[in-house]
Design a protein around this ligand. Structure first.
Ligand code: NAI
Ligand code: NA
Length: 395
């Protein structure tokens, strides 16, 4: 079939298998020339199909030849209806890995559930024995608690006061003010239940009790801080509470892994266009200004560049530096004083009329469509493609 983008609000309902494949192959190419010394060998990636998780899987496999098991929640294709992009990404990754003689298998289902955890545990036992790294890169709007069956929904709201600031609809380029009313206490708890560290801890507890974590095991989850501009809705809002919880969980995990000298880390990453971040108000305007400034400075990075730096200059570097709160920082370039000062200056000038010049709205849009395999260089979108792609390592 011919597959075209079909957008509704912040999501795209279609995905292009060839474009997704090209994105994955480009990331593999990038990593091949940047091996990780003493990198991981047996890696479990939760949230492995898109964004930072996919980049982590590729960096593990092609930076240090690691065997990877990926867990994700993606929609398979049906005749005439394309799959979700993470499906095509995973198919491309596993196909290439198998060609290159690299172990890669995956599980599609709800990582929050006991069932998917048990299935993953069995696969580790059967195929890998033990793992030395677990990447936790879930981004989900909902979580059904595996013990109680209660379904939690996360929200992106300020705490205490109404937040008012500008945002952009990146499809139309219209910059306008929005106001978001403060959340209730219950909404804070719900957001922490979905995006906090409880599920990460559950994975670690299970794998530890089943003795499948090797000596010197490491685990890392991803967090975000960002500028004062977005603070009220992000870091000091409901999602920030969840990130506080996630960060606190890293210390608890380290404590619980003393016997095997295991370590839990949080890495604070840069703001990037992903399916998760497109849905957050104000962030798209911030990102389009940030991209402009960082590209001008020659320090722009995507997911794969971020994770390559995380592995090679942080996690697997003998001299790992942490910030005052014990976190790994690869948002260091985003947060540089000169970068933030320029973004703030541009923010004050940003209107529907000025944004195309002072911001990188085009870069934002391109990255957004790229997530779904569209607008990818070198792909002929007029050509018929088979939507019924299989994932070779899917269990
Ligand atoms: P993403 O939306 O690209 O990836 C989410 C992944 O989680 C996908 O593989 C998806 O299949 C999987 N997933 C979602 N629900 C699932 C479920 N119930 N069971 C199994 N898998 C499920 O998101 P992104 O942006 O890569 O986010 C990953 C982490 O990085 C999040 O914690 C996010 O807060 C953090 N982060 C994101 C930044 C950004 O600007 N995008 C910046 C800094 C941190
Ligand atoms: Na991810």
């Amino acid at each position: 079939m011919i597959i075209e983008p079909k957008t509704r609000g912040f999501i795209c309902l279609t995905a292009h298998p060839k474009g997704c494949e090209k994105n994955v192959l480009n990331q593999i190419e990038y990593i091949k020339s940047k091996p990780t010394k003493n990198g991981p060998k047996n890696v479990l990636v939760i949230g492995a199909s898109t964004g930072f998780g996919l980049a982590s899987r590729i960096t593990s496999a092609y930076g240090s030849n690691a065997s990877t098991i990926g867990v994700y929640f993606e929609k398979p294709p049906t005749e005439g209806r394309p799959a979700s992009p993470g499906w095509y990404n995973t198919a491309a990754f596993e196909t290439q890995a198998h060609k290159d003689g690299i172990y890669a298998k995956s599980i599609n289902g709800d990582a929050f559930s006991h069932e998917i955890k048990a299935q993953t545990l069995n696969l580790i036992k059967e195929d890998l024995g033990k793992i030395d790294m677990l990447i936790y890169s879930l981004a989900s709007p909902v979580r059904t608690h595996p013990d109680t069956g209660k379904r939690y929904k996360s929200v992106l709201k300020p705490i205490g006061d109404t937040f008012t600031n500008n945002t952009v609809d990146f499809h139309t380029g219209i910059v306008k003010e929005i106001s978001i009313a403060p959340c209730t206490d219950e909404e804070i708890d719900n957001t922490v239940a979905v995006m906090g560290g409880e599920d990460w801890q559950m994975w670690i507890d299970l794998l530890k009790s089943e003795n499948v974590l090797s000596e010197d095991f490491k685990t890392v989850a991803y967090s975000y801080i960002g500028p004062s501009l977005t603070e009220a809705v992000y870091r000091k809002g409901t999602i920030g509470r969840a990130k506080d919880h996630l960060e606190a969980t890293a210390f608890k995990i380290t404590d619980s892994l003393k016997a095997i000298n295991g370590k839990g880390y949080v890495s604070v990453n840069k703001a990037l266009v992903t399916q998760a971040s497109s849905a957050i108000p104000v962030i798209p305007l911030y990102i389009s200004l940030l991209y402009k400034v960082m590209k001008e400075e020659g320090i722009h990075e995507g997911c794969i560049e971020q994770i390559e730096r995380l592995f090679n200059e942080r996690l697997y570097d003998a001299d790992l530096q942490l910030d005052e709160a014990g976190r790994i920082r690869v948002d260091d370039w985003e947060m540089r004083d000169d970068i933030q000062a320029k973004v703030l200056e541009l923010w004050q000038q940003a209107t529907t009329e000025t944004l195309p010049d002072i911001g990188d709205l085009e870069g934002y849009k391109t990255d957004f469509f790229n997530l779904f395999g569209f607008n990818v260089e070198g792909i002929d979108y007029d050509k018929d493609v088979n939507e019924m792609v299989e994932i070779p390592g899917l269990q």
